[in-house]
Design a binder for this molecule. Structure first.
Ligand code: PLP
Length: 470
């Protein structure tokens, strides 16, 4: 696989040109990477109208991911999500798939805030599926994977859900922050049956395309392989790519339908100054993937499984998750995830995320054997085993389906005020209430804040919330 962006930048660095263009550092500066930090100069292509080196590099990525077309984002999956939603909306309007004005996205409730932000910006409404099994059971906002049956039930009961038309797309988040994975293939089959495209927030799952043995994609669990119309992958979350680097993939079947809209939408929401450091990093990652990433991934997954087995053997509760996450249920041993995360720091382990219940460690082939040894050293000594306590029990976060009384956009753009979270029950949420990570909203704009949400604000140390003015 060639690396046209990297090669161009290397040649430019060596050319000795006087830089009378942006950025202002002119190739030298404080952090040492400035010489590769160029802008869209002659020959460097244009990200949102790519036809040169960036287009070639994106084509390389599309081939590696078996996509019909791949777009780079230097602003994470957050930008890709906005572009995907706009593309399905524009397509629906163009082809009158939905009746204009009644368009909406059907989404699982465990969405990242970027999806809700996208609804506000684009002005598309959303229905959030709240499966019955979460009511009175679910204890964590990151949980909420929907099943194919949940989607089918929604379609079968459109009228009862207050809708006349099918949604312009179904939107799922998989893998979730706690490493759970949806039955994407079967969900895609339900969507196909009802002729509704499936969009997947695969921010945590770029690597899933490379699970196949010996460089084949036979074992791929990537959404594009499983029937999604489009998905976003945060390359930076699981691949060796600089923070901000992401892909928007369109499946071969949907390329004709969506590619032009996606390109327009990326330009609409993205910066006109994309980072070439990130583009170069995405470009180089293609070669990294092509040069035996499958094998490296396999070795890494084996190491991670071994560590998980080890922890389970010592008596630690480890969740059954996607292979590149190690998710520890600290509450099962009587400790909060925060406490376990703090204890890990003493063993030189910095976690991705900790909350009242869980600690999440994200693994990649770039972790060293010493990193895995540190986890084992922690596992040997941890108070979760040596001083195990009664399980911590948490109340269900939803005792009923959250009540929505306004579309997302209307709530976001209504006159609003900031009030104490403690006093917010009964008010309409007007701005994302998230702790980051995981950035899964406790209350979604347009929902009436209930007592359960107020308890969650407390749990996530959210002190103030923005609500629609009375
Ligand atoms: C599930 C999920 N979706 C989307 C995003 C946004 O991705 P990015 O940070 O690449 O913009 C995140 C970020 O953490 C995420 O966890």
């Amino acid at each position: 696989v060639d690396t046209p962006v990297y090669d161009f930048i290397e040649a430019y660095k060596a050319s000795g040109m006087s830089r009378f263009h942006m950025p202002g550092h002119k190739g030298a500066g404080f952090s040492g990477c400035e010489d590769a930090d160029i802008t869209e100069i002659e020959g460097a292509d244009v990200l949102y109208g790519a036809c040169g080196i960036i287009a070639r590099s994106q084509d390389n990525a599309a081939r590696l991911f078996s996509a019909g077309q791949t777009f780079y984002s230097t602003e994470g999956s957050s930008l890709c999500i906005k572009a995907m939603l706009m593309a399905v909306l524009m397509d629906a309007r163009q082809n009158k798939h939905g009746s204009y004005g009644g368009e909406y996205i059907l989404a699982a409730r465990n969405v990242h805030r970027a999806m809700v932000d996208a609804c506000a910006l684009i002005g598309i409404d959303a229905d959030f599926i709240m499966p019955g099994r979460y009511i009175n059971r679910c204890t964590n906002i990151c949980s909420g994977m929907v099943t194919p049956q949940d989607i089918e039930n929604y379609f079968l009961n459109l009228g009862k859900n207050g809708r006349k038309d099918y949604p312009v797309a179904v939107y799922i988040t998989s893998p979730g922050y706690l490493g759970d994975i949806a039955a994407t293939r079967d969900i895609a089959a339900v969507c196909e049956k009802y002729n509704v495209p499936l969009i997947v927030d695969n921010a945590h799952g770029a690597y899933l395309a490379f699970l196949g043995k010996n460089g084949t994609d036979g074992g791929s669990l990537h959404p594009i392989k499983l029937g999604a119309a489009m998905c976003c992958d945060s390359a930076h979350k699981t691949l060796p790519v600089l923070t901000g680097g992401a892909y928007l993939h369109i499946s071969p079947r949907y390329k004709e339908r969506y590619a032009a809209y996606v390109q327009r939408a990326l330009a609409l929401f993205g910066s006109t100054s994309p980072s070439y450091l990130i583009l170069q990093s995405l470009d180089l990652c293609n070669r990294y993937i092509a040069d035996g990433y499958n094998k490296k991934l396999e070795i890494c997954i084996n190491l991670a499984s071994e560590v998980k087995e080890y922890l389970i053997h010592t008596g630690i509760d480890v969740l059954d998750t996607e292979p590149l996450k190690i998710v520890i249920d600290a509450a099962a041993s009587g400790y909060t995830g925060h406490e376990a995360g703090q204890e890990m720091r003493r063993y030189k382990i910095a976690c991705e995320y900790a909350d009242m219940q869980y600690v999440v460690l994200m693994v990649s082939p770039c972790n060293s054997p010493a990193d895995f040894e540190n986890i084992k050293r922690w596992g040997q000594d941890t108070c979760l085993v040596k001083n195990k306590r009664e399980r911590l029990v948490f109340p269900a976060i939803f005792t009923e389906k959250p009540c929505r009384c306004m579309p997302v956009r209307k709530a976001v753009f209504s006159p609003s005020e900031i009030i104490r979270a403690e006093d917010s029950a009964g008010r309409i949420c007007a701005s994302e209430t998230v702790s980051c990570p995981p950035a899964v909203p406790v209350a979604i704009c347009g929902e009436i804040i209930d007592e359960n949400m107020v308890s969650l604000f407390r749990m996530y140390n959210i002190e103030n919330v923005c609500v629609v003015s009375l």
